[in-house]
Write a protein that binds this ligand. Structure first.
Ligand code: ZN
Ligand code: ZN
Length: 271
């Protein structure tokens, strides 16, 4: 069985359609079209059958209900404490607390105080959220490590790198202006890069106010171009996913998209 990555949500922080907007993309999304998207989240199913939820935004309940059967993720990773990545956590914590189920939730240690501040009621005798060790975690057949990335005007966020002998990939939805040293350490030799690009081109914007890459940058960044496949997610209403991208290795994520994490022949060497 191949590992698969299923995208539960692919929008930026505000969702598409913007509830106040009637631009062509929001209009198409409102009629149930290709651009209707919910806050960013992904579900990994490992080759061994284990499951891992990456981020849990405010649309989590509807996203899990859409899966068509009872489902509780084996583990959950939280990338940072912004609403669009975190505020569905209450549903998971309630499940763990009242239904007796075990939900292992992990976040980078530096993010734990922010999570505790939002969900103080759940942090009683012990923390329901565990720190991700620096050496990483073994989840779904991967060694999973978190690394800090610049999030522009929003400070810092974290991205996740998944390594197995067969496949290497990174999930990095909220980043901008990644230094070369960081890219060399974490973004090399990738079969897949999931990269957040909220807008098409923000070159005319106040650069100090930005927090996520744009599509123009994603198409030009050497470390993104070096990945074997690039999926662009965290998409605002500026992005019409029906428009083709100029490079075939790049494509847009849509809600419900599933991709197989298989590169063919197994690699040799250490994961
Ligand atoms: Zn975000
Ligand atoms: Zn963010």
């Amino acid at each position: 069985m191949n590992a698969t990555l299923h995208f539960l949500g692919s929008s930026d922080s505000k969702g598409v359609p913007r509830f106040w907007c009637n631009c062509p993309v929001c209009h198409e999304a409102r009629s149930g079209g290709h651009n209707r998207r919910t806050r960013p989240s992904a579900l990994l199913r490992g080759w061994n059958g284990d499951t891992l939820l990456i981020d849990c935004g405010p649309d989590l309940h509807a996203q899990l209900a859409r899966l068509g059967g009872p489902f509780v993720p084996g583990a959950v990773l939280i990338s940072h404490a912004h609403n669009d990545h975190l505020l569905g956590l209450g549903d998971l914590l309630d499940y763990g607390r009242y239904a007796g189920g075990e939900v292992k939730v992990y976040a980078p240690e530096a993010v734990l105080p922010d999570i505790q501040a939002r969900f103080a009621y759940a942090f009683t005798d012990r923390s329901p959220v565990l720190p991700i060790p620096v050496a990483g975690l073994d989840l779904c057949g991967y060694r999973v490590r978190a690394f800090e990335v610049p999030h522009g005007a929003n400070g810092v966020a974290y991205a996740f790198r998944f390594d197995s002998l067969q496949y290497r990939w990174v999930y990095m939805t909220d980043s901008v202006a990644v230094p070369l040293t960081l890219a060399e350490k974490w973004l090399g030799d990738l079969d897949l890069l999931v990269l957040g690009t909220s807008f098409r081109d923000e070159s005319g914007e106040d650069q100090a106010g930005r927090s996520v890459y744009d599509v123009r940058e994603a198409l030009a960044l050497p470390w993104a171009r070096a990945a074997r496949r690039v999926l662009l997610s965290h998409l605002s209403h500026d992005i019409d996913v029906r428009r083709a991208l100029p490079d075939r290795k790049y494509s847009y994520v849509t809600d419900g998209l599933s991709v197989s994490l298989s590169a063919g022949a197994p690699r040799t060497g250490r994961p």
